[in-house]
Design a protein around this ligand. Sequence first.
Ligand code: GLV
Length: 414
Amino acid sequence: MNDTPKIPGSQRRVPKPEGLNPPVGSPAAGDPPAPNHSETNPVGPRLNVDDWERAARSRLSDMAYGYYVSGSDDEITLRENRSAFSRMFLRYRVLRDVSRRDLGTTVLGHELPFPLMVAPSAFHQLATPEGEVATAGAASEHGTIMILSTLSNRAVEDVVAASQHPVWFQLYIYKDREITGALVDRVVAAGCKAIVLTVDAPKLGRRERDMRTGFHLPEGIRMENFLPDDYRSLPQEQGESGLASYAADLLDPSIQWSDLEWLVQRAPVPVLVKGIVHPDDAVLALKHGAKGIVVSNHGGRQLDTSIPSIQALSEVRRAVSGHSCQDGSLPVVLMDGGVRRGTDILKAVALGADAVLVGRPILWGLAVEGREGASKVLSLLHQEFDLAMALAGCRCLDEVTEDLLAFEKPAHKV
Ligand code: GLV
């Protein structure tokens, strides 16, 4: 049994000081292609997240599906977020009596039944009429935290009311600081328990799929959390992404570390910073008042060819492990990007994540069956993670340690 000590207050293990930096080299030439469940299971049961995606694709408009699924430029990071997981291997343990397992963890004082939360993603009414209210209901059924996007369609008050568990709010900083400040005040008054500041989007990444479809919000779908009308809808321009135009007009590309300090002063709830991949930035975020980091490249939608999130995670965790937050607490470290399987969650926890965030899988569930679909996707990931824990010989998250990971394919002897 592994007896790695717990860090008081953070529920995390101390990562090993030296060591692993997962290589993300390309698969060897001649490797058989990975199975693509989206193509091989046209009408069968939805057994995995890819099956849900395939079902969602047939229900969504090309514009909505293209928006949700897309990455920037050549979508290299989008793909690598996933394939980096498949180049990590599990050195599982045996004969450990895994008949009982505790998958629980604690994030900012909230107990999660397993280390997964709902990532912020925009415009849930493109998937289901209930929009983010459905998402909150599903997250609540599973006892987990939902992070509501600035670009949400439903009013934050309704979303918070739909959940028995904490809702956090993802924030973009607008050029108009009064509008940004008013939004922060509103979401805090509505009951959001933390703010997650996105810092990887001083400008929107170039998403060619959205340019091709002229991405915009259909009639009747708006961003309800803003007061001024020009902030509530996206422009419709031929051959352009409406979101790209909206972001270029309204979001502030000049944000810097002092803006994080401004937010920390303004918000009476913890602030986390999302979109960090460089270890030095992680340390700076803590110095400027953040209570946590979300290691993320925005689902491959911002700077293409940026490092896959799971690779950045180990570097960031190691960098912050000697640091505390301004108030002396230990920082929360979350990650998103490419999590589609229970084994992915296991690998992220082994590399030091307190929890992972999932975005697109929730959207696929919403698109197929609304709240129930999102809930089924969460159940699926919960079951997959539970099985992965048992098969890896882990009875609790403290036993999910870095030594379980191997980063190179075993050499084939002839
Ligand atoms: C919104 O945050 C997006 O990436 O489209």
